[in-house]
Design a protein around this ligand. Structure first.
Ligand SMILES: Cc1ncc(COP(=O)(O)O)c(C=O)c1O
Length: 383
């Protein structure tokens, strides 16, 4: 088979390094790896294997199908599903040995029925909405729900958790207010004799900037992939000596390199014309591959280790790069995200140009392109 024309490269050495560096920071709290959304585009199965081997204590996914994919591929270890199941999904928690999230009695009852059928309770974590406004029981109703769940023989109340909406912002007052509400729920549970073994609130930002949010485990997503959730958290991480290594690179092979005269129009709408005679390289990457059309006229790539601009509008399957007088040839590898020589283009660079967050960039690019896993680097980083 021929080599792919475009691909994302996943550096498992970087993933393993990030797990170890974050675990050191967590200082005893467990690290559970968030591998939802195709492991933020990095490939769920391969990522899960690497992070578990590097010391993650468990895995977290958004929806049950993602957990089934991991188990079907033979991935072991605890898996928490963040979205409470709909009734027709309960059976999978038994079949695939999953941990459920509950935020109402009906869901707990359905999972309990599955647990009773198998003769062993299904572990569940109670989700409390302390101010994210997405999922969860309200704090004032948490004790009643936990008591009712505790009374169901088919489930075991193994944890209680919440999710912070703004732990990545310089003003941490709302994150702290959420933790106060969460602490009040934990205290009320305790008063009622309910002590779920695990409590958790921290995402990557919380794990890094709010030690009091770590409890028994941190649910770490974006930092695992070597990206800070925000520039504020990046600065804090740096101050703490936490080095995160980006694990994803996006590369493509040049499909055409043509010498064009000055004034030659490039791409749809002829929004750009060459300034001088120059070499224009055509890449087999367009908005269908996650290179958003909104990056037209705003982004560069690395050609032979040098930054060169994307010119003209980005097409569905192609984009053009002004390579100047570089001796570029069809087949040469160009870097759209990642490092080449001394230069780097980051997911943050794309996010800034697009007015979004780096999370969206890795999901967008990583889920649409073939992946090459550099697995050897994980073993090397572990030794
Ligand atoms: C409930 C929950 N916990 C943890 C995470 C991980 O967040 P991050 O990628 O910022 O670490 C997410 C991600 O969106 C989430 O929804």
């Amino acid at each position: 088979m021929s080599e792919p024309l475009r691909w994302v490269e996943i550096d498992h050495g970087a993933l393993a390094h990030n797990v170890r560096a974050l675990r050191q920071l967590l200082d005893g709290a467990q690290l559970w790896a968030v591998v939802k959304a195709q492991a933020y585009g990095h490939g769920p199965v391969e990522t899960a294997r690497t992070v578990l081997a590097a010391g993650a204590a468990g895995l977290i996914v958004a929806v049950v199908d993602e957990a089934v994919e991991l188990r079907t591929a033979g991935v072991k270890g605890p898996i928490l599903v963040l979205t409470p199941p709909l009734p027709d999904q309960a059976l999978a928690y038994d079949t695939f040995d999953l941990i459920g999230t509950v935020a109402d009695y009906e869901t707990a009852r359905v999972l309990a029925a599955a647990g009773e059928r198998r003769g062993r309770p299904i572990p569940v974590h109670l989700k409390v909405d302390t101010g994210m406004g997405r999922l969860g029981v309200l704090p004032g109703d948490a004790v009643a729900l936990a008591t009712a769940v505790h009374g169901l023989a088919g489930v075991e109340l193994a944890g209680v958790f919440t999710h912070m909406a703004a732990a990545d912002e310089e003003d941490l007052s709302s994150a702290r207010a959420q933790l106060e509400r969460f602490n009040a729920v934990l205290a009320a549970l305790e008063r009622h004799g309910l002590r779920p073994p695990m409590a958790h609130a921290a995402n990557s930002a919380g794990a890094i900037v709010l030690p009091e949010s770590r409890y028994s485990l941190a649910r770490v997503g974006i930092a695992l992939y070597g990206i800070a959730p925000s520039s504020f958290v990046a600065a804090r991480a740096k101050a703490l000596g936490l080095e995160l290594r980006p694990a994803l690179a996006f590369r493509a092979r040049v499909v055409a390199a043509r010498r064009l005269p000055a004034g030659w129009p490039i791409s749809y709408g002829s929004t750009y014309a060459t300034r001088t005679e120059t070499t224009v390289a055509t890449l087999p990457v367009g908005y269908a591959d996650g290179l958003s059309r909104s990056l037209s006229h705003k982004m560069h790539v690395l050609v032979h280790g040098q930054k060169r601009p994307i010119v003209g509008r980005i097409c569905m399957n192609h984009c053009m790069v002004d390579a100047g007088d570089l001796p570029v040839r069809p087949g040469d590898v160009v870097t759209l995200l990642g490092a080449d020589g001394g230069e780097t283009i980051t997911a943050e660079d794309w996010a800034q140009a697009l007015g979004t967050i780096p999370y969206e960039i890795v999901c967008m690019v990583g889920s649409r392109n073939p992946r090459r896993h550099l697995l050897g680097t994980a073993a090397a980083a572990a030794s």
